[in-house]
Ligand binder design. Structure first.
Ligand SMILES: NC(=O)c1ccc[n+]([C@@H]2O[C@H](COP(=O)([O-])OP(=O)(O)OC[C@H]3O[C@@H](n4cnc5c(N)ncnc54)[C@H](OP(=O)(O)O)[C@@H]3O)[C@@H](O)[C@H]2O)c1
Length: 337
């Protein structure tokens, strides 16, 4: 198996830092590795596997002799560099939403639809964070026939990048000290608040974030229009870890015990479900670790064959960096670069 020449684009950002960490954790073997950012952070230092690297400014030529680029530098940056990477024979695994819904771009959650990777033409997309954690939970339940899916998300500020994390900190301190604070990342103050808007509004009244969950879920799980999906996404003053309340109507009867057993044995999922002892997952359980946690599994009272559950995960890991590096690992194992 040939070892790839790797680049991490956006290495100085929240997701890029996690990608760097997880590349080491998953033992990705490479021939060479480089770390890229905008001109702002170029020249800064990154320590990786006890070796110091200088961050380079991303420009087309830096992608010469690079096989795999793990990118988390925003949609416009990906759109700018993806053609340059592909032209040079490289492959980009992209965290932005720039290419996710393009037909010839596989949208992949490792362990869910790995076979779709074979269809890549130089670009592989990593799903939106709120979609990602849900896929590992839904995939093993798909065989019961998903008729209707309603998702409500409670999303941490880390999903909006480093500036948003800093804004929650500063806004909280200002609020406690009774000082004025001008919010920049969010449309409303984020401290001690819940904001029912993530990304811009679409014509149908849903936000773009909500429509990402709808459309990406369909693409990854290969569900057709007969499965009805709806999502409400809210930003909450949590630093890291997205929570989701999920209601699923199935074609066939399925009991909470069956769901518990299936998810207990599912790849990447951990069930914590013992409400009598106050055992259910929270963002503090999920932050910094790999599994998607599921709890509060119960019969849904509004649907005939319905199940409700609570799903929590580290949005920076499974929602972005972990899945990116897992995809990279699968691409190497499957010889797809
Ligand atoms: N945070 C999440 O949970 C999450 C989840 C899924 C997907 N994503 C996606 O991942 C991407 C990055 O998110 P983030 O939260 O890590 O953002 P971030 O903390 O703001 O980091 C952005 C990174 O991109 C680099 N960058 C910006 N403009 C660039 C340019 N023109 N050329 C090269 N590098 C450039 C930045 O370099 P400088 O240091 O030089 O500014 C930095 O390394 C976004 O597309 C986001 O939608 C994020």
């Amino acid at each position: 198996m040939r070892k790839p020449r790797i680049a991490i684009l956006g290495a100085t950002g929240v997701v890029g830092r996690e990608i760097t960490k997880i590349t080491e954790e998953l033992g990705i073997e490479y021939e060479s590795i480089k770390f890229l950012s905008s001109a702002r952070s170029a020249g800064s230092k990154i320590t990786f596997k006890e070796q110091e690297y200088t961050v380079e400014e991303a420009m087309p030529e830096v992608f010469d002799n690079v096989d795999i680029v793990m990118a988390s530098a925003g949609g416009s940056t990906s759109k700018l560099f993806a053609p340059e990477i592909v032209k040079r024979g490289g492959l980009i695994i992209d965290n932005s939403s720039a290419f996710r819904m393009e037909e010839d771009v596989p949208l992949v959650i490792a362990g869910v639809n790995d076979e779709d990777l074979r269809k890549h033409k130089g670009i592989i997309a990593n799903p939106n964070c709120s979609t990602s954690q849900l896929m590992l939970v839904l995939e093993p339940l798909k065989k019961f026939g998903i008729k209707r899916l309603i998702v409500s998300t409670y999303q941490a500020v880390s999903g909006a990048g480093l500036a948003a994390i800093n804004e929650l900190k500063a806004d909280t301190i200002a609020n406690l000290e009774g000082k004025p604070f001008e919010n920049k990342c969010f449309k409303k103050p984020i401290s001690f608040n819940v904001i029912p808007q993530i990304d811009v509004f679409c014509e149908n009244g849903y936000t773009k974030e909500e429509m990402k969950v709808v459309n990406e879920t369909r693409k990854i799980l290969h569900l057709d229009e007969s499965t009805k999906i709806s999502c409400t996404a809210a930003r909450v003053p949590v630093f890291n870890g997205h929570s989701e309340a999920v209601d699923i109507e199935f074609e066939n009867n399925i009991t909470p015990d069956e769901v518990r057993e299936i998810l207990n044995n599912a790849y990447g999922v951990k069930v914590i479900d013992n409400p009598e002892n106050y055992e259910y997952p929270t963002t503090r359980d999920a932050s910094g670790v790999d599994p998607v946690f599921v709890g509060r599994i119960r019969k849904n009272l509004a649907f005939e064959n319905g199940i409700s559950l609570w799903c929590v995960a580290d949005n920076l890991r499974i929602g972005a960096a972990l899945n990116t590096v897992r995809i990279c690992k699968r691409v190497i194992e499957m010889g797809l670069f």
